[in-house]
Ligand binder design. Sequence first.
Ligand code: NAG
Ligand code: NAG
Ligand code: NAG
Ligand code: NAG
Ligand code: NAG
Ligand code: NAG
Length: 395
Amino acid sequence: MLACSRLTFIFLTVAVPCALSQHAPPWTEDCRKSTYPPSGPTYRGPVPWYTINLDLPPYKRWQELITDKAPALKVIVNSLKDVVNAFVPSGKIMQIVDQKLPGLLGNFPGPYEEEMKGVADITGIPLGEIISFNIFYEFFTICTSIIAEDKKGHLIHGRNMDFGIFLGWNINNNSWVVTEELKPLTVNLDFQRNNKTVFKASSFAGYVGALTGFKPGLFSLTLNERFSTNGGYMGVLEWILGKKDAMWIGFITRSVLENSTSYEEAKNILTKTKILAPAYFILGGNKSGEGCVITRGRKKSLDVYELDSKEGRWYVVETNYDRWKNPFFLDDRRTAAKMCLNQTTQENISLPTIYDILSTKPVLNKLTVFTTLMDVTKGQFETYLRDCPDPCIGW
Ligand SMILES: *[C@@H]1O[C@H](CO)[C@@H](O)[C@H](O)[C@H]1NC(C)=O
Ligand SMILES: *[C@@H]1O[C@H](CO)[C@@H](O)[C@H](O)[C@H]1NC(C)=O
Ligand SMILES: *[C@@H]1O[C@H](CO)[C@@H](O)[C@H](O)[C@H]1NC(C)=O
Ligand SMILES: *[C@@H]1O[C@H](CO)[C@@H](O)[C@H](O)[C@H]1NC(C)=O
Ligand SMILES: *[C@@H]1O[C@H](CO)[C@@H](O)[C@H](O)[C@H]1NC(C)=O
Ligand SMILES: *[C@@H]1O[C@H](CO)[C@@H](O)[C@H](O)[C@H]1NC(C)=O
């Protein structure tokens, strides 16, 4: 949605000077050790839990949560408006978003339309802006996801949620504006039917999709953004023009978490369903070998890279680059994560050691909003808000 030349401008002025050597201290550091349980300057605090009752009609499900979080949601929606108005000062874009976007996009399938309407009505924020808030994550989610298997075949799935690049830099305290505003909006959600957990997710209040979640005992799923020239913009355009056979990526992950009942079923759907934007799905199961990174084009899967302990492949790591390509030279979180996994060794893989790896710069960076740790078989699901005090790289 933002013009490329302007992005390049921001990139050159803000980003490049501090990124010239992402491979050297202070932007990188030795693999962290003994950082768990979280404490100290890189730990911002805990994340509150809310229950989302799937037995309620979609329009009503988010009421309690959104009533609590409406002020914080208004702050961020206003920031995003400011960004848009900075690019197109006439205010025309926001006018279109408020008045025309819901009509342009038409109805969303499943529960999503009614859920977003519920959020809009409770907050008094125009539906078009709530929809934009939901679409945003299709484009700007820069993350690191890891699934590792220990010597006993036990799986741990971890992820850093990095979000807010290019959306404004606060020069007073060297932080990303939107990243900071997302921290008070971060919530843990327990989606229930008949008073029983169906799945759990870590998310941002006002967002009705799911980018990070698990189904206890069955599988875990995270979504990372994939940049591609045949990107999501084309998908959205086709959607507007009436071709609605593809799924929004944050909505397909929510549907899988809610309705799939096994690793294999989830894998099948995530591999085959047409989607609006390219993406990486990082899916873990409940036993040895069940962990994969699915690299998706909009129409089909390009690669499914799965754990294979016998071949020595006891972990998979995904940041935001195809595994057969080098990462962008200013953004190599992948090598850092792999190096720390190698140093940890398969013997010592555990929830705490995965937290150590996700706490090591530049895997941890100024875009990191939260860290989630999931143990499907033990039913553990933990999310922690993060900070990355100076010196720390912007992404
Ligand atoms: C930076 O300042 C903003 C605005 O005052 C505040 O919301 C945010 O929490 C600060 N971030 C950090 C990392 O101190
Ligand atoms: C869920 O639990 C609440 C209180 O514990 C109870 O009032 C309600 O009837 C239960 N709902 C279902 C669907 O079992
Ligand atoms: C899950 O399946 C139920 C029953 O088919 C459906 O009503 C619901 O919309 C689905 N949930 C999602 C998130 O797609
Ligand atoms: C693991 O997942 C499968 C479905 O893929 C399920 O049938 C099985 O019961 C699960 N195992 C455990 C121990 O929960
Ligand atoms: C990690 O270890 C594997 C297997 O020994 C090796 O191929 C790979 O180059 C190592 N990666 C890093 C970043 O150290
Ligand atoms: C693995 O953990 C054990 C026990 O905490 C420790 O003694 C050992 O040094 C660790 N190994 C590595 C490679 O970190």
